[in-house]
Each structure stands twice: as C-alpha cells, then as structure tokens.
Design a protein around this ligand. Structure first.
Ligand SMILES: Nc1ncnc2c1ncn2[C@@H]1O[C@H](COP(=O)(O)OP(=O)(O)OP(=O)(O)O)[C@@H](O)[C@H]1O
Length: 303
C-alpha cells in the first residue's frame, strides 16, 4: 500500500507536485499517467525518499521509506535503468545490492534467469542495450522479493517479447497481492496492463479511477454507413455528425438504437451501425488537454 496526503514538491518558483492525495492498494496494477513534466517522476522519487516533500507526506506499507528497516524487501524500484556503474557486470551489480540486505547468491541467479539475462550477466553494463538495461533494472527491483513495486517506464526500449513479459510479470505480481505502481507513456500497453489509473497534470490529480471508467468517460462514436447520408443527417437533428475518410458517418450524442429508429422511420437503408468505443489514448488526451505544458504543433501546421 502506498498513501500520499497533501504531497507537495516545489523547485524554486515551480510547483512540480501540488498537494496530491492518493491511495494505491495491493492486489492491482495502478498506472501512473501524465504529460511530460506533470510530476510523475518527482512523486515516485518522493515515495522512495530520493526527494523530500515541501509539504504533506507519503507512506509505503504504513511508514515513510526512510524508516523501512529492510527497504529492498519492502519496495522494489526502477526509476532510472541507467543509474548503474557502467564498468560493473550485471551480476556484480546485483551481488553488490544483494550484499546490503544479506540476500543469498541463489536469489541473484533467480532474478537473472527471471529477466532473461543469463547470457550477458558477466558482461559490463556499459555495453548493454536500452532493453538489457531495463531488464537489469527490473531484476534489481525484484531482488528482495518486495511487496511493493514502483516502475518508471519499465517497457521503454524493450522488444515486443519483453513488453509482453513485463505485462504478464506485473499482472502476476499484482495477483499475488503485491502493490504495483507503473508509469508509461504507452497507452495501449497501459490499457492492457493496469487495472486502475491515476492521471496527473501540472502536479495535480486529474483522475483516479478504474481503467474502464477512464476509457468509458471518453467519447463513444456510432459509425453508420448508408447510401443516403444527407437524408440520415437531416433525420437526426441535434446529433453531431462527422464524415469519416471512407464516407461513413460518425455520430456523437445518439445511441445506435436512436439512430436505427430514426433511419427506419424515414425509410433510410443502413449498411452498418457500429458503436466505436474510445481508446485510452483518446480519453487520456481529452483529460489532459488543459494540462499539457510541452505541446506539439499539429501535423501540417509547420513547414
Ligand atoms: N531537480 C529538479 N530541479 C528543478 N526542476 C525540476 C527538477 N526535477 C523536476 N523538475 C521539474 O518539475 C516538473 C515535474 O517533473 P517530473 O520529472 O516529475 O515530470 P514527469 O511527469 O516525470 O515528466 P516526464 O513524463 O517528462 O518524465 C517539471 O516541470 C520539471 O522540469
């Protein structure tokens, strides 16, 4: 369990995290989302005592991180996969970490196997690819068999097999009753991995809800194909209708039943009537529209 109360961090005039409250319970994967600069990493750093809050507090398993007696057994953390001495081998890095908690060599071998690093375990970390570095970071987080896992962008740089492996691993760890907090900018991955989402923007919580609820709050379209699009549009006053690239109509603000009934009353044939649920990406972009600090230009808007 991770609990934040009024958690606040300022850097000079900038409020990176602005009095946020949340509870992350065990037994589920909680996704942590937000635009660049929203305050995700700062929050994660405060959870594990790397940054000191200016106000408020955050507790892991009921204690501030600094008071945990055996932190590696309590919290596994992957914040920056590159934060490893490049001259050390993966195995030496893990053995050094293990020594701080009297974790046996056997466990080091186990996490090396678990993360698929057997063939490179005796190679220097400086020569690792991004994906191999991520696997090593996950191995380090798992070393103490912790009850809480905090992973910042763990699938960054992993190949599709690695991405799927992380997804299954995190789901499995949550099903064992552990607390899993995961940040990622990959919406499709988040939709498949997380049960619950906390979305932040400009240091504030914008949503704290199950994934289905966040996706459901986005726009749902009804896609309609008809040989008489103008007549159908006229038969649906007040319904917002756009025309898709393939000529189908995309209606918002009416159910498929309302559209089908209106078409039947007006004698308009329909060749397709489909509900298109919004994606997490759509819902996320809607939610964070006013909280994006580093927005991009629309494609075609610049030369
Ligand atoms: N050490 C620091 N000194 C000054 N400002 C900082 C520092 N760390 C973070 N910030 C600022 O705090 C804000 C939040 O940054 P943070 O890294 O927590 O965002 P984030 O949500 O993790 O972003 P990203 O998705 O880009 O990783 C940003 O405006 C950032 O510039």
């Amino acid at each position: 369990m991770i609990e934040a109360h009024g958690l606040t961090k300022r850097y000079g005039p900038k409020t990176a995290v602005d009095g946020i409250d949340f509870t992350i319970p065990p037994g589920r994967v909680t996704g942590f989302l937000g635009p660049n600069g929203a305050g995700k990493s700062t929050t994660m750093r405060m959870i594990v005592g790397l940054d000191r809050p200016d106000a408020g507090s955050v507790l892991v398993s009921g204690s501030p991180y600094a008071r945990l007696r055996a932190p590696l057994h309590e919290v596994g953390v992957l914040l920056d996969a590159k934060a490893v001495h490049p001259g050390r081998t993966a195995e030496k890095h893990l053995l050094a970490l293990a020594a701080t908690h009297r974790i046996p060599r056997r466990r080091v071998r186990e996490v090396i196997e678990l993360t698929g690093l057997e063939t490179v375990a005796r190679k220097r970390v400086g020569g690792f690819s991004l994906g191999m570095g991520q696997r090593l970071g996950i191995a380090a987080a798992m070393l103490g068999d912790p009850r809480v896992l905090i992973l910042d962008e763990p699938v960054n740089g992993l190949d599709p097999e690695g991405v799927r492996w992380v997804r299954m691993l995190l789901r499995h760890l949550a099903s064992e009753g552990r607390t899993v907090l995961l940040s990622s900018h990959l919406m499709s991955e988040m939709a498949q991995t997380a049960d619950h989402l906390i979305v932040i923007g400009r240091g504030r919580v914008l949503a704290d809800a199950p994934v289905d609820q966040v996706v459901g709050a986005g726009t749902t379209l009804v896609r309609v194909r008809t040989p008489r699009p103008d007549a159908l549009t006229a038969a649906l006053p007040g319904v917002q209708i756009a025309v898709a690239e393939d000529g189908a109509l995309e209606a918002t603000g009416a159910t498929p039943e309302q559209i089908g009934d209106a078409a039947a009353r007006a004698g308009i044939p329909l060749h397709e009537l489909t509900t298109v649920a919004g994606s997490l990406e759509d819902a996320y972009l809607d939610l964070t529209r006013d909280a994006v600090e580093y927005g991009s230009a629309a494609i075609g808007a610049t030369r």
